[in-house]
Ligand binder design. Sequence first.
Ligand code: PLP
Length: 392
Amino acid sequence: MPDPAADLNPPARLLLGPGPSNVHPRVLQALTSPTLGYLDPDFLDVLTRIQELLRGAFRTRNPLTLALSGTGTSGMEAGLVNLLEPGEKALVCVNGYFGARLVEVALRAGAQVIRVEAPWGRVVEPEAVEAELRAHPDVKLVALVQGETSTGVLQPVKEIADLAHRHGALVLVDAVTSFGGCELPVDAWDLDYVYSCTQKCLSCPSGLSPITVSERARRAIGGRERRIGSFYLDLTLLEQYWGEAHIYHHTVPGHLLYALHEALRLLAEEGVEERWARHRRHGEALQAGLAAMGLALHAQEGHRLPVLTTVRVPEGVDDARVRRRLLQEYGIEIGGGLGELRGRVWRIGLMGYASRPENVLLVLTALEAALAAEGYRAEPGAGAAAAARALA
Ligand code: PLP
């Protein structure tokens, strides 16, 4: 047992997995700012700025836009417990681990759940959603994951959102992995509830969940018959703290909010669309490099997430040994498979601050070496060369 009172000294890693990603140095700096009380006027000013920057990042004018104290799952749970009452129907698109989590949370909220499934690695087809909406005209909410982190699929959102509205349902979108990295104009796509996290494309520590709520969804919450089942995640109470009334609800994590403010400032400086384009450019270069190494990409062609790429573990290669070698010899973390893809894919993230050309070339080169140690021979340098061509 190491001395529990010794210095921690966590090693510096390059985090190229499914998240968390590396925290931007300016965001780390923000964490050293002085503590303020949660009702200090200077602190309330920070909250107001965060709300406005979040609206910019979400491409929305929704008044009810804030950051929940909790990771991405708190955003998921808040959406489902506020928008659904026990017995109401939710249609949930499931094509991976996080779609399945949406089902689990909706069931715990007492909802009746209709699942629309697709194989892990493929998108959920709008026709399948429409068929279920016709069969169940009383569906209140359609829930889907934009960036399915377990499979690397980028689910088209707009068409399903339009269908849901045509059938009178609200639309809830999980943007935990995609927010700040993939196109997501909330107002243009008319989305009702969108949640994310801070530890992926925002390059912040984990612990907050940015959310935005449409006026339509807000009215639905206001019109509930039963009280919201969660006190901590009750959006009507949180709105009274973040809004003009500033009524105490819980002691928000001030330093994480400073960090989020800095991360959102970085996003605004770069430009939202520019950031989407940067992630796309680097994701495509990585995918070109992996393909040039003879590796198979798992996600459906044309629907690959730029921020998180799933690549199949080649036959005869030990998944865990490759990841261990990358970590120990190169200080690079990539992810293993989740759920039914465990042991079958690697998940390579290029998120936020880590989405840089040098990281694309580095991870391809390190992976080539780690695979060679397993007896898998790619043409030397082919991956990095293909990526470099794509970057050029
Ligand atoms: N949804 C998706 C798509 C995710 O990738 C994750 C986490 O990786 C979550 C939800 C849950 O977020 P958290 O782990 O921050 O609670």
